[in-house]
Ligand binder design. Sequence first.
Ligand code: BGC
Length: 271
Amino acid sequence: MPNGTKPALAGQAALVTGGSSGIGAGIVDALAAAGAMVAINYVSRSEDAEAAAQRIEAAGGRAFPVQADVSDEAAVEAMFAKVAERFGRLDILVANSGLQRDAAFTDMTLADWRKVIDVNLTGQFLCCRAAVRRFLAQEERPDLSRARGKIVCMSSVHEVIPWAGHVNYAASKGGVMLMMKSLAQEVAPRRIRVNSISPGAIRTPINRAAWETKEALRSLLTLIPYGRIGETEDVAKAAVWLASDESDYVTGTSLFVDGGMTLYPGFEDNG
Ligand code: BGC
């Protein structure tokens, strides 16, 4: 950073859902490093969110852990109230919470289907709605950010790539894509920006089986033209950009951070 330039997100308040592990944890660190105050949402394991908050505070930043199941309307409302109470405002929502409940289609239970749709899609709806209401209700701070508020939804390459054995997950991410775009269209006149990040294979616990062994990793890499698995920082940098004024003219976009997974690598020497 050049001398005298303030960090991209200085003074802004952010909430990252699912911020205690995987991609969310990487985003929490990157937002804090960019100068934001960060509320770190977790659902069940408080230790990691608490440790991250302590680390950020020890480095001179501001952060706190906040529990909520994003698929529970009352819990989401209570979480947003706590963030407003703690930080006085909200400038950035990263709607990141997500999970997989994989099963062959004929074995998929209604509970598997509902859990994934509830957390990955309904959870984003509830958090985006609370964030937009907050953005509209609070005082505008053009000195902090050109937009009135910014939302980054966590989608996946599976918003476009069909995924056998994961129909609930792919359906949820396809839903996130058009929810995000429709919402972006609706709130752009209020100068609220809404975008998604669509990660490919990122090394996190959710896809451990795909990278843990040499054989699994080799097979995974056949799907990634760029030749490496993604790291959480790859996604976190994109999140900081989408949350900052650097992307002020960007709304309604799915930003694929996937090493080319959506380039149909199977067609390189075929078709
Ligand atoms: C899934 C991962 C998977 C990746 C690429 C993500 O959305 O959560 O399990 O490795 O897509 O297929």
